[in-house]
Design a protein around this ligand. Sequence first.
Ligand SMILES: Cc1cc2nc3c(=O)[nH]c(=O)nc-3n(C[C@H](O)[C@H](O)[C@H](O)COP(=O)(O)O)c2cc1C
Length: 191
Amino acid sequence: MHTPEVINEVMHRRRSIYPYQYEPGASVDDGIVRQILENANTAPNHKKTMPWRFTVFNGDGRKKFAELQSSLYIKHHGTQNQVKIKKLEDYPLMASHIIAIGLKRHADRLPEIEEVLAVGCAIQNMFLTATAYNLGCYLSTGGVTYIDEAKAYFHLEPEDKLIGFFYIGKIKDAPKEMLRTPVDEKITFIS
Ligand SMILES: Cc1cc2nc3c(=O)[nH]c(=O)nc-3n(C[C@H](O)[C@H](O)[C@H](O)COP(=O)(O)O)c2cc1C
């Protein structure tokens, strides 16, 4: 089908769906995850720098990711926030796949904002592809996202950015309604 209605429907159905809303123990086909990343790779990007980088955790890799993020978090922020630490340990195991999203900088060629925008476009492609496959997903920028030391674990250099973590799972609970104020409030037409 090549109709605008298809893309309109997918965009309006897209939601952030969190790991506690995923079917426990249900894994998503690696082929679908690969398609999600193929579609991310088609995102627009200035000067063809293709700055997006992905580290995919599935199966037992999720445990390694959970241990990594909780221990790094504790090293930098201590053990006061037990609720947050428990979430860092539990969420990866509630998901099927977690994709660490990195930004490979090309500082000699582009301002940072342009590469951040390109990775943002790639992430939206991931959201829409996951939605089209009726999967739950969300982007987390919590945990260790802004701890510089974390970059090395995701094959990133100090000048690169860690953007966040994209969680994917099969949907158990229906997503919430979309909360948006009318687009008309955000448009100025000059005719
Ligand atoms: C850049 C970015 C970072 C986000 N980080 C988090 C996060 O760390 N934790 C979280 O619960 N949600 C996070 N979200 C999800 C937003 O809270 C969510 O998109 C918002 O509530 C709108 O809901 P919707 O995506 O279902 O439309 C993030 C979203 C974006 C775009």
